[in-house]
Design a binder for this molecule. Structure first.
Ligand code: ADP
Length: 621
């Protein structure tokens, strides 16, 4: 016998489950049956694709047995792939999925009892400890001679010993505790299995003792029954009209391990040149690993009902990685290898049809503002990624993207923006930066406000990258407002007199600032602010510069901003009236630095800024 201790996170998960899921104990049955079904899927695949397994006589099934005597137990058996001693240690002593593992360690802190959160990841096998004092697993791997036993009371340790099993497969025996004893019952088992596992594509048999009655209705004896429950057909192959919404939801829960509702169910049964079925779900909550490099694919591939893989990230484009579901093709060969999968024409066609279908469902979803706002909050970023990954579907993606805007607090689509455009407005205007409040209060917006032109406010890190891919929307160009001259096409221009009168002031400030700016100019776009900084038309934006730096490009030439002045503003006029060079320098720098701060830039020398501010304050007070 060898004794082992559980990985720390397993103990944490067990503890969390006891505290959070006690009112949903019954899900343990779904988890165990789903594991059995996966094990059957895996062996089925090997028997059609691998010569070593082809001779195996394989009639996949799941069996459920129980004893309702004093020491009540429940057993779930399958004749699937099975596990050897090493597999048992790896699979039933640790949490393999990195996303789940990290999440469990985080959860163990403050959110300890939050059952909503725990619903987001697969509790899997370990959930059986909610109803069991002891769990014994006896397993024999297909093509192995030896069987192994794994046993634990869920209190930190488990033991592995050699065992006997007639044939390959796995038996999980639960010694039921008080909180689980109702599962040693035919009716409870039957109804729970029907509720949670009706879509399992393998037959599930329930073994029970039935009471016999004679024709007068008197008890005449007992007999053992082995009755198939559940339909044993893959849900996605059943006619759409015969599937109830609850059945879709249960199926979703099984494949996603997410207990939340879905925002959309997309079931397609295609016939014709290509024959395939796809069943996709859009979750209402982002999976934990959505933004991790090692995220898990959410789509399982089947060929003629035989499970092929759930680890192929190319089945859908990366930006749709939040979609959960299955693809089942009638046309692919069963023994497809990964290399073949990736260049397979059939799969490529299924993929492109699926993307179109999913995007059109998201479009439909966007008509329901409440649902779409949930969707956007969780997956908006993915849609934005799509804009620079998926050129073929750009038009559709452009309809889905949403931005903040100066027009109210709601997000807006580009289409909505267009309907609000003024007759003389030539472009869709936007301002990108890191902080919504800075953007909303930016001096750059003043001229647009005066004209009644709406400005999109892009405060998401990737917005800049996204927007740089969109030159126009339905023939209306998109224009950044923080570029020099951006407002020229509509702002009132300065009169010759104004320009002439302000020239000495511009020169004074230019001289004071010297090399720190690219240029100092007069601007007609400002209203209440004295100045603003902008970038030269062809210079990369601030966010772009930061992005280049993050990507390790440190040798970019320094990009200097242009300072634009409002000649009508009192501060500018006063600078014009003073002669004290030191004071002119302080005022010019403060103007420049204040404008930089308002544009979300960091100051090169904050202490010099502080000293300048103190000197000016001292004079003013
Ligand atoms: P999950 O099913 O989400 O991976 P579980 O904790 O339920 O997580 O199971 C962990 C692993 O144990 C499974 O991935 C599988 O490799 C193995 N396993 C569990 N039950 C069985 C079974 N009945 N037959 C074969 N392997 C199993």
């Amino acid at each position: 016998m060898s004794k082992h201790t559980f990985q720390t996170e397993v103990n944490q998960l067990l503890d969390l489950m006891i505290h959070s899921l006690y009112s949903h104990r019954e899900i343990f049955l779904r988890e165990l049956i789903s594991n059995a079904s996966d094990a059957l899927d895996k062996l089925k695949f090997l028997t059609v694709s691998d010569d070593a397994y082809k001779s195996i006589a394989f009639e996949p099934k799941i069996e459920v047995r129980f004893d309702d005597a004093d020491r009540k137990w429940l057993e779930i058996s399958d004749n699937g792939i099975g596990m050897n001693d090493q597999d048992l240690v790896e699979h039933l002593g640790t949490i393999a999925k990195s996303g789940t593992k990290n999440f469990v360690s985080q959860l163990s802190g403050d959110h300890k009892r939050d059952s909503n959160l725990i619903g987001q990841f697969g509790v899997g096998f370990y959930s059986a400890f909610m109803v069991s004092d002891t769990i014994t697993v006896i397993s024999r791997k297909a093509t192995d001679e030896n069987a192994w036993q794994w046993e634990s009371d869920g209190k930190g340790e488990y033991a592995i010993t050699p065992a006997q099993r007639e044939s390959f497969g796995t038996t999980i025996r639960l010694q039921l505790k008080d909180e689980g004893k109702e599962y040693a019952n035919r009716w409870t088992l039957e109804s729970t299995i029907k509720k949670y596992s009706n879509h399992i594509p393998f037959p599930i048999f329930l073994d029970y003792e039935a009471t016999e009655y004679d024709d007068k209705g008197k008890e005449s004896g007992k007999s053992r029954k082995n009755e198939q429950i559940g339909s044993a057909t893959a849900l996605w192959k059943r006619p759409k009209s015969a599937i109830k919404p609850e059945e879709y939801q249960e199926f979703y829960k099984t494949i996603s391990h997410d207990s939340g509702e879905t925002l959309a169910t997309i079931h397609t049964q295609a016939e014709g040149t290509l024959e395939y079925t796809t069943l996709f779900f859009i979750p209402s909550k982002a999976p934990l690993d959505l933004f991790r490099m090692d995220y898990q694919s959410g789509v399982k591939l089947y060929v003629k009902r035989v499970f092929i893989t759930d680890d192929e990230k190319e089945l859908l484009p990366t930006y749709l990685r939040f979609v959960r579901g299955v693809i089942d093709s009638e046309d692919l060969p069963l023994n497809v290898s990964r290399e073949i999968l990736q260049q397979n024409k059939i799969l490529a066609n299924i993929k492109s049809a699926s993307v179109k279908k999913i995007l059109s469902e998201i479009k439909k979803l966007s008509e329901d503002s409440e649902k779409y706002s949930t969707f956007w909050q969780e997956f908006g970023r993915c849609v934005k990624e799509g804009l620079y990954q998926d050129w073929a579907n750009r038009e559709d993606l452009l309809e889905l993207v949403r931005f903040k805007s100066t027009e109210g607090d709601q997000l807006t689509s580009l289409a909505e923006y267009k309907t609000r455009m003024k007759a003389d407005q030539k472009a869709i205007y936007f301002l990108a930066g890191q902080n919504e409040s800075l953007l909303r209060n930016s001096p750059l917006i003043e001229a647009y406000k005066t004209q009644g032109f709406e400005v999109l406010l892009l405060d998401d890190e990737i917005d800049e990258l996204v927007i740089s891919q969109i030159n126009d929307y339905k023939e209306t160009p998109l224009k950044a407002i923080n570029k020099s001259g951006a407002a020229d096409d509509f702002a009132k221009s300065l009169s010759d007199d104004e320009i002439k009168a302000s020239e000495p002031i511009v020169n004074k400030i230019k001289k004071a600032l010297g090399e720190v700016v690219k240029n100092v100019k007069l601007s007609a776009r400002l209203n209440t602010s004295p100045a603003c900084v902008v970038l030269d038309e062809n210079d990369p934006s601030l966010q772009m510069q930061q992005m280049f730096k993050m990507m390790g490009q440190n040798n970019l030439p320094e990009i200097k901003p242009i300072l634009e002045l409002n000649p009508a503003h009192a501060i500018i006029q006063k600078i014009g009236a003073i002669e004290d060079e030191a004071l002119i320098a302080d005022a010019s720098f403060l103007l420049f630095e204040q404008s930089q701060l308002l544009a979300g830039m960091t100051l090169k020398d904050p202490s010099a800024f502080g000293q300048r501010l103190s000197r000016i304050l001292e004079r003013a007070i």
